[in-house]
Write a protein that binds this ligand. Structure first.
Ligand code: PBG
Length: 307
């Protein structure tokens, strides 16, 4: 009877699997703070994407760690850069069988670790960063991404990127806007995964965990600027925001179950303190119940298979 009347169900196509590709590794390398998650080579990423498709996941989201980082994040706009190569390989492997997405942000590529380029005084230069994102977006679309994840939290980024894509002939490349992205401690393990060199924090451009209104404003602006889908991030500590956003907009809403959420459950399960599988399904069900139609989760392939 409980199954008959359940108001929330999980489906493999709800899930998006993040994949990390590192330019300098010879074989897939474990990430200490994210047990079970790997830094892939190009060929192992290709294989992982094919497996995720076989498991039925709705999308894959690619992140890359370049061999060389610099102040401008040059590798991010190099047509032969690691993210562009990974996109081309994964797209060649999976075609249109799942949605191939890429992270459109500079933090994996900059030596200072910020999501944008800096002014002489060290602050992030919003408008100069938009120019870098526009160029990156076109490179990623050329490489084969179906959908770009604008995760840098610069003001005006969705509209700016949309116009650049359209001008370059990529009207069909979609935008997943990380609209309500909080300045969260839960990103800790991710920064290991991409070997971030960030000093300080991102509080001048990411949202304040104390606030909801400014997130709703960001979401509204992104939809007006052309976002095809909006996202709330992290997920579990922000379910109230997920619900408010789902009630506000008529585009699909995604939530990102981030690295710290993953690591907490894995660590407790490894200690025998939590029932791992039940906990994972409970967290994902809660995020769906709150109103997200898609969930980025490092458990995407595993849960899709189990379902
Ligand atoms: C920025 C980006 C971050 C995450 C996804 N995209 C890190 C940040 O803002 O510091 C975090 C994802 C996670 O913690 O799983 N490119």
């Amino acid at each position: 009877m409980r199954r008959l009347v359940a108001q929330t169900r999980l489906h493999p196509a709800d899930f998006i699997l993040p994949l990390f590709i590192k330019e300098t590794v010879e074989e897939p390398t474990p990430i200490a703070s994210m047990p079970g998650v790997l830094q892939h080579t190009l060929s192992s990423a290709r294989k992982a994407a094919a497996e995720a498709v076989a498991d039925g996941v709705g999308g894959v989201m690619l992140y890359a760690v370049p061999a060389v980082k610099d102040a401008r994040g040059s590798a991010g706009t190099d047509p032969d850069g690691i993210l562009q190569r990974a996109l081309a390989e994964v797209r060649a492997e999976v075609g249109d069988a799942t949605v191939v997405m890429s992270d459109l942000c500079l933090d994996e590529f900059t030596d200072h670790g910020h999501c944008g380029v800096l002014r002489a005084d060290g602050s992030v230069d919003n408008d100069a960063t938009l120019e870098r994102y526009a160029e990156m977006a076109v490179r990623q679309a050329e490489a084969g991404a179906h959908m770009l994840g604008t995760s840098g939290m610069m003001d005006g980024q969705v509209g700016f990127v949309r116009r650049a894509l359209d001008a370059a002939g990529f009207q069909d490349t979609a935008i997943l806007a990380y609209s309500a992205k909080y300045a969260s401690a839960f990103y800790g393990p991710f920064r290991d995964a991409v070997e971030s060199s960030l000093q300080g924090d991102r509080r001048t451009y990411q949202q304040d965990p104390a606030n909801a209104l400014e997130s709703l404003r960001e979401v509204r602006l992104d939809v007006e600027e052309g976002a095809d889908m909006v996202m709330v991030k992290p997920a579990l500590s922000y379910l109230d925001i997920v619900r408010q956003v789902a009630d506000l907009v008529d585009v699909p809403v995604a939530a990102y179950q981030v690295s710290g959420e993953y690591a907490m459950v894995e660590a407790a399960a490894a200690n025998g303190w939590l029932d791992r599988e039940r906990t994972i399904l409970e967290t994902l069900t809660s995020v769906r119940r709150a109103g997200a139609t898609s969930i980025l989760t490092y458990w995407a392939a595993e849960v899709a298979r189990a379902l």
